[in-house]
Design a protein around this ligand. Structure first.
Ligand SMILES: NC(=O)c1ccc[n+]([C@@H]2O[C@H](COP(=O)([O-])OP(=O)(O)OC[C@H]3O[C@@H](n4cnc5c(N)ncnc54)[C@H](OP(=O)(O)O)[C@@H]3O)[C@@H](O)[C@H]2O)c1
Length: 180
């Protein structure tokens, strides 16, 4: 059955980007691309990607500057209230609650998982709807004091895997449910 996973890097104090949506703090960190909980192994199990508008626009800006193409051949969903320009044919813009779109996204993912790329508010929306099963975080050895939060709602999680990948502490959590 298709599961939904939020896989993200974060600072130690729980931010996935700084206040200006910069990831400069992340790109300078050392990691082993074949190490524990690595991206390539995770991505091999992904059948569809989901993201919020800020993450999408950050990616589009990054691609424009680097001259690269949209990195996902997988069906991709972007949650937005705006009429954004798609940069690839496999991008679908939607708005509303995750549950309104989950069936279509899960069907597109087939027997693989759905990856919530970010941000944290969208991931928490999926969790609140009971549609997020797992959280995988690469914790960078840095604090920012402010920024875009990793997971801005009260939830209980269960640690199921913990490892070091060079500079990063890597952890995999099962989402237990909202804190009561
Ligand atoms: N560290 C990492 O590994 C990592 C991973 C992913 C992202 N990031 C970065 O983290 C930051 C994430 O920013 P964020 O958390 O503020 O935002 P986000 O989730 O990427 O985008 C938030 C926006 O998405 C739209 N949205 C969210 N839910 C919606 C819904 N249910 N219906 C319609 N629209 C919806 C809204 O935009 P509108 O209403 O304006 O359209 C909202 O303002 C970005 O800078 C991104 O590049 C970092």
């Amino acid at each position: 059955m298709t599961r939904t996973v939020f896989y993200s890097a974060t600072t130690l104090d729980g931010y996935i980007a700084d206040e200006h949506d910069s990831l400069d703090w992340l790109f300078v960190q050392d990691q082993d691309k074949d190490g524990p909980l690595n991206y390539d192994a995770f991505f091999a199990g992904v059948g569809a990607v989901v993201m919020g508008a800020t993450t999408y626009l950050w990616l589009v800006d990054h691609l424009r500057k680097s001259g690269e193409k949209w990195p996902y051949e997988l069906p991709s969903w972007v949650f937005t209230h705006r009429a954004l320009e798609p940069v690839a044919d496999n991008i679908t813009f939607v708005s509303g609650k995750p549950v309104e779109h989950h069936a279509a996204i899960a069907e597109a993912a087939g027997d693989k998982d759905i990856w919530v790329v970010g941000g944290g508010g969208l991931a928490a929306d999926w969790a609140e709807a009971g549609l997020l099963q797992e959280l995988i975080v690469y914790i960078a050895p840095v604090t920012l004091g402010a920024g875009r939060p990793l997971f801005p709602r009260p939830f209980d999680l269960r640690l199921v895997e913990l490892a070091q990948n060079k500079a990063f502490a890597c952890a995999r959590y099962e989402v237990v449910g909202p804190r009561t």
